[in-house]
Design a protein around this ligand. Structure first.
Ligand code: AMP
Length: 586
């Protein structure tokens, strides 16, 4: 099939901004295509060669594309660059230079879609020594045989500038009309796309096997499923109303969404955008191999950096260290992660996407061997705004962003690729920062694990309530301590160990070791939040809620100069909380 047919259609698509006209042009193009090239046309129309998850990208640097144009057209590099500067459109420049080329090639071959695809594929897969020259040479060969109009689109395609503005859904609609008998079947085709994320594959199946075959497509390992998304509401009342009074609230972990695919020992991890991100998380793949007891499985989880000694979650920003090509081993060591699994989509031949949430959750719990690094999302069935609000605060205190409230109805299927009211997120509209450090009293501790075995892994810290002359817990902190600190603290605290909670300490959290209030440490946190767990300033802001410090970190300063009564007071924490609120409303 001639590439000029595609180029012509692109020209017409560019000339319209009307979606319906675009669809008509695409329908026309598809119907005039040979069956076996439709999938390639679908990819090319989106400026791709494969679906994103395959990870093969077209794309050469503009500089290289210019060199190829110079070679194919006989123009001067300086002129081409100047024209590029002037127009800002490399496609237009290619068209111009090929229209004015000095000598036309008498024996030029007609460009076919097959050849264009093959050459672009070869270019995309070439790497290593000599790759740059080779890419330039083959692309120049393609341009030499191109008409000016074809060159315009070839050039935009290879430089990643095609941008015809054709959305996936527009292609699906055109496919439905061209090969499915009409727009009515779009839903069937869309569902197939949502569970395999491969427009070319759906097109190919539709053309060859018909719409019934497409309707029968099932999820399968190593074909990422387009993620289900959540709507948003800002009050517990509204949320419960949407769910007719009852829902399942789950912690909304603040990390990266990962769709895990496993078949035997082979594990592939896909991002929310369905890119293959396995190389960033070799530790996740190992965890899955070791602790997921099923032959074939697809599940979703949020990946969060964690302090392995304490099990505490760390801020989202730390995950950024995983976004790198080199040095991943060091990042794995320095920024360990935990996976919080929240949905099961497929297990050992069974597609679960049409099952209700509770069934999927049971399946999820059934195959995971849990430990600190592999857990299931914390959840609670709630029926009142108060219950929802309390669980929300618990989530925030635990280092989460809020809650995802999920429908418990029988229709609570996994809506691949859709944002709907089966999931509703509940998070705060603001982000606030704690700028001041606080001085907190050590009142309890938890035994360490791993490197901290034999010492304390985390400390329970309190503020001083001057009015009542007691110490109220405000956070649990296991971060910021060097190995030496861990050793020193263990020795220092030994002298203050007591058999049970001190009479002047108020805490609902049960520490494993209690101390008399004596040692004061300087701590920096991310923010002050309402908390159902910590008892600092209980009821001062809201009934049955205390205040807590999120993401606490030891600054390295032992406040030996301060007695416990000189520590930060509950009143000061209330003021910090109110100041934060003010910053937000201003
Ligand atoms: P947002 O990115 O704000 O639209 O919120 C949706 C995201 O929350 C999802 O894409 C997941 O990455 C993340 N998430 C965290 N915990 C959960 C959970 N328990 N269930 C579903 N999604 C979750």
């Amino acid at each position: 099939m001639d590439y000029s047919v595609i180029a012509d259609a692109y020209g017409r698509i560019e000339a319209t901004s009307k979606r319906l006209e675009m669809i008509d042009i695409l329908v026309d193009l598809f119907m005039n295509s040979a069956k076996d090239v439709v999938s390639r046309i679908v990819y090319l129309t989106q400026g791709k060669l494969y679906p994103d998850f395959v990870g093969v990208e077209i794309g050469i640097a503009e500089k290289l594309a210019v060199k190829a144009l110079v070679r194919a057209s006989g123009g001067k590099e300086g002129d081409v660059l100047a024209d590029l500067q002037r127009t800002g459109d490399i496609g237009q420049v290619a068209e111009l230079y090929l229209a004015n080329r000095k000598q036309s090639t008498f024996f030029s071959k007609v460009l076919t879609v097959e050849r264009v695809y093959e050459v672009l594929d070869k270019m995309a897969r070439t790497s290593g020594v000599g790759a740059v020259d080779m890419k330039m040479a083959v692309f120049a060969g393609l341009l030499s045989d191109a008409s000016p109009m074809e060159a315009r689109y070839l050039m935009r395609t290879v430089t990643g500038n095609l941008r015809l503005g054709i959305a996936d859904m527009t292609v699906l609609e055109a496919l439905a009309v061209a090969f499915g008998g009409g727009r009515e079947v779009r839903g069937v085709i869309e569902r197939a796309y949502n569970i395999c994320s491969d427009l070319g594959r759906v097109a190919d199946m539709l053309v060859r096997e018909g719409v019934d075959a497409v309707g029968g497509l099932c999820v399968g390992v190593f074909e990422p499923i387009r993620p289900m998304l959540a709507e948003r509401l800002s009050s517990p009342e509204e949320i419960l109303e949407k769910f007719c009074g009852k829902c399942l609230a789950e912690y909304k972990y603040d990390g990266e969404r990962i769709q895990v695919h496993k078949q035997g020992e082979r594990v592939v991890l896909y991002s929310r955008r369905l890119e293959n991100i396995s190389s960033q998380y070799p530790d996740v793949a190992d965890l899955v191999r070791r602790q997921v007891k099923a032959g074939e499985v697809i599940f979703e989880a949020e990946c969060v950096t964690v302090d392995l000694e304490t099990g505490d979650m760390r801020p989202f920003q730390e995950l950024m260290h995983r976004r790198r090509k080199y040095g991943i081993e060091a990042a794995v060591e320095q920024y360990p992660i935990s996976l919080y699994a929240f949905d099961m989509l497929y297990v050992d031949g069974k597609d679960l996407t049409c099952e209700p949430l509770t069934v999927r959750r049971i399946a999820l719990e059934g195959v995971l061997e849990r430990n600190v690094q592999l857990q299931v999302a914390a959840q609670k069935a709630v029926c009142s705004p108060k219950e929802l609000e309390d669980f929300f605060e618990e989530a925030i205190t635990g280092g989460c962003e809020g809650l995802i409230c999920k429908s418990l109805a029988r229709e609570s299927v996994y809506q691949a690729g859709n944002r709907g009211w089966l999931w509703i997120k509940f998070k705060r509209d603001y982000k606030s920062e704690m700028t001041d450090t606080v001085d907190l009293v050590v009142v309890g501790a938890f035994h360490g694990r791993g490197k901290r075995a034999g010492a304390y892994g985390a400390l329970l810290l309190a503020v001083y309530n001057k009015e009542k002359d007691i110490f109220e817990t405000v956070t649990k902190c296991g971060t910021g301590f060097t190995d030496k600190d861990i050793e020193d603290l263990h020795a220092m605290l030994q002298k203050h160990v007591i058999p049970r909670k001190h009479s002047r300490v108020l805490s609902t959290m049960e520490a494993e070791v209690w101390f008399e209030p004596y040692i004061v440490l300087e701590i920096l946190g991310a923010e002050v939040t309402l908390s159902p767990i910590h008892v600092c300033a209980m009821d001062a802001i809201r009934k049955d809620s205390g205040l807590a410090i999120r993401f606490p970190r030891f600054t390295g300063k032992y406040r030996t100069d301060k007695s416990p009564q000189d520590a930060t007071t509950s009143k000061e924490i209330v003021e910090m909380y109110q100041k934060q609120l003010k910053q937000i409303t201003n």
